[in-house]
Design a protein around this ligand. Structure first.
Ligand SMILES: [Zn+2]
Length: 197
């Protein structure tokens, strides 16, 4: 995930440790393991961030082998990269292709794999951030967040059509309820990794 430099979160060493623990916990919950996670420990004096130019940095990336996350990344990066993994390595090919096709149908037939993958990962970030905000909100703010959720669901339908919006929402539910683990099929993942390279 590429972000603007101004979106970086400059954490102290202790905060970086907490951040790493939180991400590991999330991955353990979703995938049953936090293996294949790699952290790029940052310090402000010795920038190790991947600078892409124009004040942009790579705060996280997902390859077929591992997910790498900078300890200065905003939390949204963990949702974004986790969802890449779900879409590319866990969903059955047929389901993934149906989602991609539906997204292209509604957003542009010539969109690259990469563009669709990024959009789907970002949609999951929006969903998770709203869900988290709702959980933490006082009752008088919940109404606003409910409307925001309705807006998010409407945008799923706009982007994917009703059928695939429902399918994607089911993947969201599986993810937040810890059921994605049960969908992991190691032998299929090996095949998918080759495609993902
Ligand atoms: Zn991405």
């Amino acid at each position: 995930m590429t972000i603007g430099k101004d979106e970086l979160v400059y954490r102290s060493e202790e905060e970086q440790r907490q951040f790493v623990d939180e991400i590991k916990e999330f991955f353990k919950y979703v995938f049953g393991t936090s293996d294949n996670l790699e952290f790029v420990l940052e310090d402000t004096l010795n920038d190790s961030l991947n600078i892409v130019g124009n004040d942009e940095v790579i705060a996280g990336e997902c390859t077929s082998q591992l997910i790498r996350i900078s300890t200065y990344a905003p939390k949204s990066v963990m949702y974004h990269e986790a969802f890449h993994k779900i879409i590319e390595l866990i969903l059955p090919n047929k389901e993934r292709e149906a989602l991609y096709e539906a997204y292209r149908k509604n957003n542009g037939k010539n969109l690259s794999e990469r563009a669709v993958a990024e959009a789907l990962a970002d949609m999951f970030v929006d969903y998770m951030q709203n869900k988290k905000a709702f959980k933490e909100a006082k009752w008088y703010n919940k109404v606003r967040l409910v409307f925001k959720k309705i807006g998010l669901l409407a945008s799923l339908v706009n982007n994917l059509g009703v059928r695939q919006a429902k399918a994607l929402f089911a993947v969201y539910k599986d993810t937040t309820r810890g059921n994605i683990r049960n969908r992991i099929k190691e032998d299929e993942i090996e095949q998918k990794k080759q495609r993902f390279e």
